[in-house]
Design a protein around this ligand. Structure first.
Ligand SMILES: [Cu+2]
Length: 169
């Protein structure tokens, strides 16, 4: 890889973080179109899955109550190389999301979201929004060992407990 490519990748990664925070602006389709130009960067937690390939089904419930917000379960163990189909059930009364990444990435991303509190990002390959009472799906292949998390980066939600741990080994 040339230095030029490295520089470009860094730039793209920076742009992607900025874009993530504001993808809620305007039509989702337009925002997603804009996003797709940045998808040549890699994801820390693995790679987008392929719907045609076999996947382990994992159901995650999103909910809130008693001043807390949570995922159930809040901890997952996954084999390196395993493809997972997350079925996300929002049993709460608020919009929730799931974003897969490292804790560091999600914290940085959450800071960006705070600057744009009314603008949840679009559905990146590693993220899904789920409206109250609805169910969403996210297919992901965990190609890298490590500790990752799934979090809701809508301002205040991660802080209220909406974060789970994924151990890949
Ligand atoms: Cu949430």
């Amino acid at each position: 890889m040339t230095n030029g490519t490295n520089g470009r990748r860094r730039l793209i990664a920076g742009l992607a973080i900025a874009a993530l925070a504001c993808a809620g602006i305007g039509a989702a389709a337009a925002a997603n179109d804009d996003h797709h130009h940045h998808h040549d960067e890699s994801f820390a937690a693995g790679e987008p899955g392929q719907a045609r390939k076999p996947a382990r089904l994992i159901e995650i419930v999103m909910a809130e109550g008693d001043g807390k917000m949570m995922y159930e379960p809040a901890r997952l163990e996954i084999k390196k190389g395993e493809q997972v189909k997350f079925v996300l059930r929002n049993r709460g009364e608020l919009l929730h999301e799931i974003v897969l990444g490292t804790a560091q990435e999600n914290l940085a991303h959450a800071e960006e979201m705070k600057k744009h509190p009314d603008m949840p990002h679009g559905d990146e390959p590693n993220a899904r929004h789920v409206e109250p009472g609805k169910t969403g799906e996210l297919i992901w292949k965990f190609t890298k060992a490590g500790v990752f998390e799934y979090a809701c980066l809508i301002p205040g939600h991660r802080e209220a407990g909406m974060v789970g741990t994924i151990v890949v080994k």
